[in-house]
Design a protein around this ligand. Structure first.
Ligand code: ADP
Ligand code: MG
Length: 284
């Protein structure tokens, strides 16, 4: 790990009330697709801790490994080397059922919302509870009343109560993403992961979604890890920025007092190696 911008914020974060250990702990985590040894790993020796209630932005060029990292954390893929625990679950050593159980404790928000367009907004939110219900559901009234009530509370939370009975595909992109956030909250997640949740949205809707995620994190002391394209959003929204380049973690900084130009080095083409991310003397 190069020096300079790298801090050990996560590792040094004090245990907060009632919390036992970090929410995320990765040690030398690597992920390689396929069996060819010549191929470059999608994730290469990534190590960091995230404590409860931390709000972390994941930055890096397209192809730097952000989605792959989120997929390891959600237990959707298994690392090929290294160790990782999320909410106390060992990512490499836990069976499929254990990883499914882990996913039930993690909310995930996608770039493309993934709503069922022909269903109402409220029913889409209810589907967020499917992991805790038996069997398939079709139609709003096949969900228990308690689930429907909680879905309405969720819609209120994201400011869309008035749209509950509208078809999801009639909403704007920003509104659809707010529905997706309400759906993710249905499972009362202990960790929220978001993969470029505002990449398809206009600047105003993007800021609204990030404010919403921040507010949810602050009120519930929810830990959030969110990949983003926009440095300025990351700086204004997150407590901490983790930067990836070619699958390696090359930046781990608190956003407090950080210089934007230092973060922009993550995207510089010139000198595309880790040294480029170490600020010159006197820049801090
Ligand atoms: P990002 O989300 O930062 O754009 P990704 O995590 O999607 O980056 O990709 C990181 C690298 O891993 C890329 O080189 C990509 O082509 C590769 N990759 C991602 N998923 C797969 C996969 N399922 N099979 C093979 N290669 C993959
Ligand atoms: Mg991606």
């Amino acid at each position: 790990m190069p020096g300079g911008l790298v801090t050990a914020l996560g590792a040094e974060a004090p245990a907060r009330d009632g919390h036992r250990g970090p929410v995320i702990r990765l040690t030398g985590l690597s992920k390689r697709f396929g069996s060819g040894t010549a191929s470059r790993p999608a994730l290469d020796d990534v190590s960091f801790d995230v404590g409860q209630g931390e709000v972390v932005a994941l930055l890096g060029l397209s192809g730097s490994g952000k989605s792959t990292l989120l997929a390891q954390l959600d237990g959707l893929q298994r690392p090929t080397a290294g160790t990782g625990t999320v909410l106390g679950t060992d990512l490499a050593g836990t069976g499929d059922a254990g990883l499914r159980a882990l996913r039930g404790r993690i909310g995930f928000v996608f770039q493309q919302f993934h709503l069922v367009g022909r269903l109402t907004v409220l029913e889409n939110v209810c589907t967020g509870a499917l992991g805790s219900l038996r069997g398939p559901r079709l139609g709003l009234f096949t969900y228990p009343r308690a689930v429907r009530e909680r879905a309405l509370e969720g819609l209120d939370r994201v400011g869309l109560t008035g749209h509950a009975f509208q078809r999801a595909d009639t909403l704007s992109g920003g509104q659809q993403q707010r529905v997706a956030v309400a759906r993710a909250l249905m499972q009362r997640p202990e960790l929220l992961l978001a993969d470029e949740p505002v990449a398809s949205l206009d600047p105003e809707s993007s800021a609204q979604i990030m404010r919403l995620l921040r507010d949810i994190a602050d009120r519930g002391r929810l830990t959030v890890l969110c990949s983003l394209h926009q440095v300025d959003l990351a700086l204004s929204w997150a407590d901490r920025i983790i930067g990836l380049r070619d699958g390696r973690m090359v930046m781990d900084v608190t956003t407090h007092g950080i210089d934007r130009a230092d973060v922009m080095r993550l995207y510089s083409e010139v000198g595309a190696d880790d040294e480029a991310l170490t600020p010159a003397a006197g820049t801090e």
